[in-house]
Write a protein that binds this ligand. Structure first.
Ligand SMILES: Cc1cc2nc3c(=O)[nH]c(=O)nc-3n(C[C@H](O)[C@H](O)[C@H](O)COP(=O)(O)OP(=O)(O)OC[C@H]3O[C@@H](n4cnc5c(N)ncnc54)[C@H](O)[C@@H]3O)c2cc1C
Length: 365
């Protein structure tokens, strides 16, 4: 058995989280996958078990425990793994803010998931790389900002949730802030049903003269702040990939008894191949996540490369799992087809595969 599978992290925190996830999540997966359930109670329980708090202290800044926790969730349900990332990213932004009023109001509650929420950084992250324009416009007023505009998709939301995003001011500077879904200037719009991700509490957001007070501002100068948080934002996503790949390896292994005599002809697509990829990815991410504030170009290139490899490996593992499971994997009751649908989300969520490739192509040599 590979290192990643035999020696998966087993700190006390992860053992508690694993136990919670394995005893609570499996019966919910079908309803989440069908978009019948947004698992708010599960997410709160995850927070109560410490899944979001290890990176809430930027001094010790243990991103790896949060990635490990996310992988435990994604191993069972990719949509829930994504919601875990949404919450973890929000914690990461608040933890890194220098706004003490915001931190004392929100950090403990979001890190323990008493308050749930997400991150609307796809549009800003794409705008920074010239892919699209910033969709939210802000205006400075006494004690805060007035925001107008719309974001097409933000996940892990509900009527009393929070999310972080970025607006542009008339002088083209940017402000990063936390929005509160209870704000009367903010409307949540239902989205058309999604493949695999329909249970993720994903809404379209309309800001109509929404007032963001100063104590909800993460950074009045967003660009410097984004440089500080970007590696953590990206590396945390690897928890989704690791969890899905781990389960794909398990599914492929289980088909061996009945189909090993023919599956062995799937060259370079054997469970052992993906277990080796998983080991390499795990080692790479673990080392990078230990120094998330490294400001060098070389570090950022390695982070972007690791994220690209994680997405590619996740989609490749799910693809191979479909080939190994054959007809039974095509049944809606089999998790192979769900893993395949979930894996593509790792490749399209911002930074998507195509954006990562653009970023690498445009980086200084
Ligand atoms: C289920 C789901 C959940 C998501 N959750 C989040 C989240 O929590 N936070 C977040 O910031 N982003 C979220 N996104 C967006 C995601 O991160 C990516 O930005 C998105 O999948 C597209 O990325 P892309 O680089 O492939 O862009 P492309 O698909 O190449 O381009 C996307 C752009 O096209 C436009 N567009 C295309 N179709 C539509 C449509 N139907 N409605 C409106 N605009 C459209 C929009 O301008 C959009 O930004 C979510 C997307 C999905 C499908």
């Amino acid at each position: 058995m590979s290192l990643a599978l035999a020696e998966r992290p087993s700190t006390d925190t992860i053992a508690l989280i694993r136990n919670y996830v394995q005893s609570t999540l499996p019966p919910l997966v079908d309803a989440i996958d069908k978009g019948q359930l947004y698992p708010a109670d599960f997410m709160r329980g995850l927070g109560a078990h410490g899944a979001f708090s290890s990176h809430a202290d930027v001094q010790s800044c243990d991103l790896n425990t949060s990635i490990d926790a996310m992988s435990e969730v994604a191993e069972i349900c990719g949509a829930s793994g994504f919601m875990t990332w949404c919450q973890a990213a929000l914690v990461w932004y608040i933890a890194n803010s220098e706004n003490d009023a915001l931190k004392s109001k929100l950090l403990a509650k979001v890190a323990s998931a008493q308050i749930l929420g997400g991150t609307g950084l796809s549009n800003p992250m794409k705008s920074f790389y010239g892919i699209e324009k910033l969709k939210l416009k802000g205006k400075r007023v006494s004690g805060g900002y007035i925001i107008n505009g719309a974001l097409p998709w933000v996940s892990n939301l509900g009527p009393d949730h929070l999310f972080a995003t970025i607006c542009e001011l008339p002088d083209h500077s940017r402000v990063m802030f936390v929005a509160d879904c209870t704000d009367p200037g903010l409307s949540l719009l239902d989205c058309d049903p999604f493949l695999a991700m329909d249970g993720t509490g994903t809404y379209g957001l309309i800001f109509k003269d929404a007032f963001i007070p100063d104590d909800m501002v993460l950074a009045h100068e967003a660009m410097g702040f984004v440089k500080k948080i970007r590696a953590g934002f990206v590396l945390l996503q690897s928890g989704m990939a690791v969890g899905i790949i781990r389960d794909c390896v398990d599914v492929m292994r289980k088909t061996k008894t009945q189909l090993g005599h023919v599956n062995k002809f799937l060259n370079a697509q054997q469970p052992e191949d993906f277990a080796a990829v998983l080991d390499r990815l795990d080692t790479q991410v673990r080392a990078l996540a230990a120094t998330p504030f490294d400001a060098s170009d070389d570090y950022w290139r390695r982070v972007v490369t690791a994220r690209l490899e994680a997405g590619d490996a996740c989609m490749a593992a799910a693809h191979a799992t479909m080939l190994h499971t054959g007809a039974r994997g095509y049944m809606m009751s089999h998790r192979a087809q769900r893993r395949m649908r979930e894996s593509y989300f790792v490749g399209i969520v911002t930074p998507a595969t195509k954006q990562l490739r653009k970023m690498l192509a445009e980086m200084p040599a």
